[in-house]
Ligand binder design. Sequence first.
Ligand code: DGJ
Length: 714
Amino acid sequence: MGDIIYDASSRCWILQMEASTYCIGLSSDDTSLQHLYWGPRIASAEALEMAHPPGSSLVPFESATGISREEYAPWGEMRFSEPSLKVEYTDGTRVIEWVFEEHGLDRAGESQTLWLRFRDRAYPFTVTLYYRIYEGHDVIERWVRLENSGGSGPVTIEQALSADWQLPSSGRYRLTYLHGRWGKETQVAQTILGPGKVVLESRRGATSHQFNPWVALDPEARATEESGEVWSAALAWSGSWKIVVERTPYGEVHCAGGVNDFDFRYRLDEGARLELPAFVGLYSSEGFGGVSRGWHAYEREQVFPEAPEAVRPVLYNSWEATEFAVNERNQMELAEKAAELGVEVFVMDDGWFGMRHTEYAGLGDWTINPEKFPHGLNPLIARVHALGMRFGLWVEPEMVNPDSNLYRAHPDWVYHFRHRSRTEGRNQLVLNLAREDVRAWVYATLDTLLSEQQIEFVKWDMNRYFSEPGWPDEAGRNPERVWLEHVRTLYGIIDELRRRHPQVAFESCAGGGGRVDLGILSRVEQVWPSDNTDALDRLRIQEGFSYAYAPRVMMCWVTDCPNFVTKRTVPLRYRFHVAMAGALGIGGDLSRWTPQEREEARGFIATYKRVRATIQNGLLYRLRSPRAGSVAASQYVARDGSEVVVFVWGHSQQFGETRVALPLRGLEEEAHYADSISGATYSGAYFAQKGLPVNLVGDFDSRMIHLVRTTPAR
Ligand code: DGJ
């Protein structure tokens, strides 16, 4: 049972979660909130024993508060490590001195939220720290609300992070994080923290391909895939962000994160409030696998817009087949072929609107191209529906090509500075969503599109980052707020569209995985992890993705060979087995697939549908990393334990070593499991000890093994 307890005598709060405990307490003078404990679950009385006044030992050149382990540090006093909050008051005062004011606890359904309010001693400025926990999880959502209650002018926020996670004291920490670039997202990197800071960030206006706002830390680099303590944190924010992992000169490690303060200033007017996105923390004693399963469970139950047990449909996407050359005829032909395979959603990608024949023109003109679709989209949509599929459409609403009617009419709608270039990325510019007229136009355009056509799926793309993020008309009126407002408006538009069009599911795409984070994932059903659809490269991208995010939201397409990124050719079966490890889609040119290939594909899709609930929503065990050798494997166990799916991918066989034995995880030792094809039956203990035997032949061989529990659950 989770609970939040307040101990009035020690002025401490204890957050009791499924298998972990978190404890914080006020300093004796009420001026700082101290971190006391975060780790495996302990009794509340034991947690309270950790209560102590801040920084009892005196260190030359430091103050007690400055080297204490604060939950959220306002810049001021002798604080020299990464602050959580820095503001400037109208009279030029630039440090905060705050004092605790009050606290409260809100219970709602499965969650409990603790809030603690601090107010500046001299100015009408309050900071409320939030902590939310959920029944059955080891996750803490932390965020902050800033409020200017008025009377002494605006307050300028220069840095406002969402939370600062203090890690238990340990000699050494290893940091695990996800980095990459276009076509190579979510690569796992690990480094031992030395003294100083590691800053992971995006200054790009969106989450970024380069770094994902997720980290894991394990003391002494002791954690393995299935054992050892790991502390992890992830940001629910889709704009520029920053995570600072700092090892102080006193050996303490903390991890502060939130909206990026680079080029940032936010003027909080009298009477105004600013609520910052959540920086979520998670503890697991079961290694990196345990951390991932903890994130997946939290996402399914508390973050994703769909129900925890919902499954994503099999999707077809036209992009790699027809690129910009979409038309009624070729899309209908693809739709017929997709339906024959068992596809459930047909998505027409870029190219259907304005003068969008190439990437040079048309973005912003969201009217159906009459040459490509002389009768509008409705005949195609009707055909897709008649074939028993849902219809999906690609849009990129935040962007405009200079060669478009929209830009010709509204050149001032894009981010720009006077007397400066407007740097184009993929021949496009970014619309200033912070402007009310732009927001209203984007919303109305999409609302009309979804109202006039029976669309059930929207792929929302974003194919460049911000440059020259100016708003000349607002000079002197805090134009730097665009860094925040763009994302808040984006969220607001999606939220409103979802309310008005509840039948529509959304996919977040930003030239692949440029916008994957807990913020966007709370309002879209799935994300596109990478434009790179090469099956071998995908194994690495998907592995990193799975550290932080659940398989259900990871869209994976089977595409044609040679692959357009790597020029590699691999068997159709291998491509399917890799794509079946998440939410399965097809992205190849089906008009060129042979009858045999289509038959094979039909079989894979039928199999996938039988086991997808376990893949998308089950417990994931990464049995072998694609980084570790020539064979990779993942296992998925149904949440009720009734079935198990294992994928084994062998990419380059050496020395004729064909046989692999894979010890399985998460099975009941005494239960028996039968291979659904061969019927071979063994106990959970056998599979865990002896392993699942698999023979792989030659290069790019792969297997999917499906085990069904034959004995009833204990
Ligand atoms: C980038 C996306 O990642 C692709 O899947 C495709 O939608 C193109 N944009 C279309 O321009």
